[in-house]
Every structure is written in structure tokens, then in C-alpha cells.
Design a protein around this ligand. Sequence first.
Ligand code: FMN
Length: 217
Amino acid sequence: MYDYKANIENSRYDYNRNILLESHAANNPFDQFALWLKEAEEDGIKDYNAFTLSTIGPDGFPNSRRLLLRKCDRSGFTFFTNYTSAKGNQLAFNDKVCLNFYWNTLERQIRVYGIAKKVSEQESDEYFAPRPRESQIAAWASIQSAEMRSREELEENVTKYTNEFAGKPVPRPPHWGGYQVVPHYFEFWQGRPSRLHDRLIYKVDADFEWYIQRIAP
Ligand SMILES: Cc1cc2nc3c(=O)[nH]c(=O)nc-3n(C[C@H](O)[C@H](O)[C@H](O)COP(=O)(O)O)c2cc1C
């Protein structure tokens, strides 16, 4: 299926597009994140704002899925989803999460640890209101992560809610909204030749100031 031989061919590929040194890293990880996100957008990466969110459920297993980042500022990272989904249930059980951004062409990865909390109902309403109508109907029609009888069940739900909300604005479903992740640890990984990559981490000291450390590749 996939073996060491194919793997060795792939391993010949070296990373050489960029470097990351303490001397030019931003003092604070939010500025460094904003710069790398902007450069990913400028590089033409589709879904440059996508990341992997890892959560832990009551069974103790980590669980990961891709999501789209909708907002990031110094207070945290915001995404939107269904509160009754698998991730929603896992977050209700354990609010500790890991976010992972990876931009293949830039040879960059960012890892973030933080605590997830629901955003206000008002913020979720404001984000939901201007979304495309089809997406709004989908938020009602899909009980995300729940078992379904068939594809037809989903399509019947779409018809049901399309009729129910005909001629009026689609309200935000109570089970749909945002989470904000408040980070306390970042790692910026920049691929370098010969597997001698740059890895800078940002942690918070006792005065709640960010400081940088280098870790081995
Ligand atoms: C690129 C990409 C972006 C996605 N963005 C979102 C998103 O912003 N919100 C969301 O609920 N699901 C998003 N999904 C779907 C999730 O990966 C996942 O299938 C869904 O949220 C259900 O996950 P769960 O069962 O672990 O709760 C996205 C998938 C991909 C591949």
C-alpha cells in the first residue's frame, strides 16, 4: 500500500523556503500568527485559515477535525460549529484544546494550546445573520455528528426548514454558535534543510508576559 521505499524517495525533499530566528520573531505570538496567516493567504493557499482542532472526550481519546478560523485577535481564536456535535460534547466535558495550522507550500506549522469557551449569543447571532441562506438552512437541517437513516433524511430536513422559514430571515439555531480558544502556548515551526528546522515556542511568565524559547527540531 505504502512502504519504506516510496518513503525514502519522499524523504529526499528538503525544506528551504524560509527561516525563523529569535532576532526577527515578533515579541508576541499573536503578531507572529497574524503575519504567518497573512503570508499563507498571499501565497494563494486554499482554505489558508483552516486548522485542525483536537479535543478529548470522556473516553480519553484525542479526536481531531479540520475547521475554519473565523476571527483571531489578542483575546483568542474563534470558530463556529454545532454545539451538540461530537466536538461540542467533547468540549463540554473538557475545555482544553490544541489547534494546529499547517501550510504545506510555506513549510510552516503552528501549534496552539488553549481553553475553549462559547462566545456570547450576541456574537454568534452577528456572525450567523449575514451567512448565505443555504448555510443557515443547513445549520438547522444537520444534527451534526448524529447518525442518519440516509442522505434523503438530510435533504428532507433541508426542504422542511426551507419551507418553514420561507419569506423570513432564518434565525440562528440555538444549537449552533461560536467558541473562542484563549491560548497560553504557541509553537511556530519553520522547515529548514537537513531536518534542522526552526521551532520557537511562546509561553506566558508569572507576570502574564509572553517569552520565547527555542526547542530542538
Ligand atoms: C477545510 C474544512 C473546513 C471545515 N470547517 C468547519 C467549520 O468551520 N465548522 C464546522 O463545524 N465544521 C467544519 N468542517 C467539518 C469538520 O471537519 C467536521 O467534519 C465537523 O465539524 C464534525 O466534526 P465532529 O463530529 O468532530 O464534531 C470543515 C471541514 C474541512 C475539511
